[in-house]
Design a protein around this ligand. Structure first.
Ligand code: NG1
Ligand code: ZN
Length: 528
């Protein structure tokens, strides 16, 4: 194929380190930034092919989210803002690992297998985080797009969810929103102001740890649009500290401790974003100095409670469900299923799995324990709700509840988990319900738990089934783990290889913190 001759020529400027093997993992490729130039170029090529096939704009985000600053990564975003289709993840891996002499063959195979018409136009939407390496790497993506004749729109520095939002706007002819960062700020802030118009109290200042990343930058841009309806105090805004270093949602969640650089007063609520602004966790310290974390499970419970109340009022026969992963605290699952009577589904780690499952319901609430999540409303559910808002024959109570649901739909970023949007929803709910962060926290009590990272020679020797909850290789590992778990009360533990870092993750839950810690430690010894 003639056009691939040029690709091979330009690829020489983006050489693949010989023998380097990478995998399109939980959230795209992640590696030390200096190893990724060829991957970026090739993902530019792949995005063009995907765009030609779908006749839609395709997104590319250059980010490594919660990873350390020296890492970077890339992921492709499908037409409605969703994660890349599974078959294309395989093409991405093949393409990234092809030695120079095989590049043309791999590209030709994709074109033939998918019957791509190379005469079609292609358009790619690009964004990047604040890592020092991101600008150069995004230029390598542009080289890939250009050599295959694709056009592109570079949004530059944006949060990952802002990029997902842009892709959805482009492909819905802006029905979802205006495809600019200003359009994003206006849509969310108008919905927030409308939703909280009749709130019983205005909440006190919220401390935000921006992880020294893009979320901090974008929140500062957005603040004027919120018209002082929410008072934010931003810490770790990137002016002095390092990205994700001793701060950010992952640091807080995994370490169960506050970030550095945040001045937290007793009982004051604070939240942390991650490095690309798609995760959020809340926390506070009580009078005794004890730290309380309100993670993705607590967020899912709060949002589901709020939506359930509104859905009961509108009485439109809409089914709500919650989607979690194995990392969800056992108490949250029990509370949602047994007390709230809402069905809970457990899927494999990685937001694409949760998103996909949540699409099966009228209203699907999905959150990973780490604070990555959103709410999806089916097209039909959204239509019914918006119709009720305009239906003058309905009672005022129904109409008001429908309006609140419609504003919630506009406030939530339905394309992916979004720290800014989730923060606004949480703040709206707290002020509408007149809840303090302590009242929110007391909805249920978390089971003590511990997450550990274990460095091993080859993490891929561990493989799992049942949404990551049971190890099938190496032989005997699961049996030994089962014996350990039986020694503790209310216990649960599992191991799985990370899809984003070169580690094995261990998770343990038990009746006391010291038992959870000991169990996690003993499980780590099994894999080490
Ligand atoms: P891995 O590294 O595969 O565990 C982590 C998170 C996922 C997801 C991705 C993408 C945990 C335990 N895992 O995946 O939930 O958010 O990163 O960022 O938090
Ligand atoms: Zn992230």
């Amino acid at each position: 194929m003639a056009c691939f001759e040029e690709v091979v020529k330009v690829s020489g400027k983006h050489p693949k380190p010989l023998g380097l093997v990478l995998q399109y993992g939980t959230a795209g490729f992640r590696e030390k930034a200096e190893q990724l130039d060829h991957v970026m170029f090739r993902m530019g090529l792949l995005a063009v092919l995907r765009s030609k096939l779908s006749k839609c704009s395709i997104g590319v985000v250059v980010t490594a989210s919660h990873n350390p600053e020296m890492d970077n990564g890339v992921k492709l975003v499908d037409p409605l803002g969703e994660m890349l289709a599974p078959a294309w993840e395989e093409y991405a891996t093949l393409l990234a690992n092809a030695e120079e002499q095989h590049l043309k063959t791999i590209l030709t195979n994709v074109v033939e297998k998918e019957s791509i018409n190379m005469q079609e136009a292609a358009h790619v939407i690009l964004g990047r985080d604040t890592r020092p390496s991101s600008l150069k790497l995004s230029q390598a993506v542009i080289d890939g797009i250009s050599v295959l004749g694709g056009s592109h729109q570079d949004y530059g520095l944006v949060t990952t969810p802002q990029l997902h939002y842009m892709v959805c706007c482009w492909n819905t002819q802006e029905q979802y929103g205006t495809a600019t960062v200003e359009g994003y700020y206006k849509k969310l802030s108008q919905a927030f102001i409308a939703l909280t118009a009749k709130a019983c109290c205005s909440p006190e200042q919220l401390n935000v740890d921006g992880a020294n990343g893009i979320g901090a930058l974008k929140l500062q841009e957005m603040e004027p649009y919120l018209q002082k309806k929410l008072i934010l105090k931003l810490y770790n805004n990137g002016t002095s500290g390092k990205l994700n270093h001793l701060c950010g949602a992952d640091y807080v969640k995994v370490g169960q401790k506050p970030p550095q650089g945040l001045d937290m007063k007793v009982n004051e609520r604070s939240c942390s974003f991650d490095g690309d602004g798609d995760r959020i966790v809340y926390y506070y310290a009580d009078k005794a100095g004890q730290f309380h974390l309100l993670d993705g499970d607590k967020i899912a419970t709060l949002i589901t409670t709020f939506l359930m109340e509104l859905l009961a009022k509108v009485d439109l026969d809409l089914q709500i469900a919650v989607v979690q992963t194995a990392y969800a605290n056992g108490s949250s699952t029990r509370y949602i299923e047994e007390v709230m009577k809402v069905p809970v589904h457990c899927v494999s780690t990685g937001v694409k799995h949760l998103h996909h499952k949540a699409q099966e319901f009228d209203v699907g609430v999905y959150f990973e324990a780490n604070g990555h999540g959103t709410v999806l409303f089916s097209k039909e559910a959204e239509k019914k709700i918006r119709r009720m808002v305009l239906d003058e024959k309905q009672s005022k109570e129904k109409c008001d509840a429908a309006k609140m649901l419609a504003n919630t739909i506009d406030l939530i970023n339905q394309t992916v988990g979004d720290a800014i949007s989730d923060m606004l929803i949480i703040e709206a709910i707290l002020s509408i319900k007149g809840f303090t962060v302590q009242q929110w926290n007391s909805i249920y009590t978390d089971l003590p738990n511990r997450q550990l990272k274990v460095k091993v020679v080859n993490r891929q020797v561990i493989s799992t089934v049942n949404a990551g909850r049971r190890a099938v290789t190496p032989p005997g590992l699961q049996e030994q783990l089962d014996i350990l778990v039986k020694k503790y009360k209310l216990s649960r533990a599992f191991v799985r290889p990370s899809g984003t870092e070169d580690v094995v993750r261990v998770y343990a839950e038990a009746d006391t913190q010291s038992n959870a810690d000991t169990l996690a430690h003993k499980v780590s010894c099994l894999v080490y």
